[in-house]
Ligand binder design. Structure first.
Ligand code: S3P
Length: 172
């Protein structure tokens, strides 16, 4: 076992990471951490406010610092922000932190699932979501040990698929 043995969910905005993490934690009697919520609480600002005042770079730096802090924490289920894989140092930390699961979804379905687009600054940025996703897919795949297709599936179905995959890896 690695020193930190977290269960880590990554994937594009709207992939279902936060909901699946909460459900999985409930089913398994484990704790879960939502990275965006944690960072916002610690910063005393919402995610859009962090982007406004510190830029995307400032936010990525906060993500990196948060991942570093996870190295010494008790095992948990961690749902990450969709862009956590953008920086090489963050990808390296993710690999060290435990079992990384990529929740896969296409851009159209991801966007249709997001009820409050205004909370995601990059959805109103210059790059269309499909392009943003296309540029990231290689990183998601590169970091993840397991990939779960979420297309057309409910949170419950995805959670059960994640459970099955983790069980077969001896991680649950
Ligand atoms: C981002 C995704 C968001 C949040 C921030 C940036 C991204 O998280 O971290 O708005 O770069 O894709 P969710 O994936 O939870 O929406």
């Amino acid at each position: 076992m690695k020193p930190a043995d977290h269960i880590i969910l990554i994937g594009f905005m709207g992939a279902g990471k936060s909901s699946v993490a909460r459900r999985l934690a409930r089913f398994e009697g484990m704790s879960s951490i939502d990275m965006d919520k944690y960072i916002a609480r610690e910063a005393g600002m919402s995610i859009p406010e962090i982007f406004d005042t510190e830029g995307e770079e400032g936010f990525r730096q906060r993500e990196l610092a948060f991942l570093g802090s996870m190295l010494t924490r008790e095992r948990t289920i961690l749902s990450c922000g969709g862009g956590v894989i953008v920086r090489e140092e963050s990808r390296e930390l993710l690999r060290q932190l435990g079992t990384v699961i990529y929740l896969k979804v296409d851009a159209a379905e991801a966007i249709s699932r997001i009820s409050q687009p205004s909370t995601r600054p990059l959805l109103s940025g210059a790059t269309p979501p499909a392009e943003l996703l296309a540029a990231r897919v290689q990183y998601y795949e590169d970091v993840a040990q397991l990939t779960i297709n979420t297309q057309g599936r409910t949170i419950l179905q995805v959670t059960q698929a994640v459970q099955r995959a983790l069980r077969s890896e001896g991680k649950l």
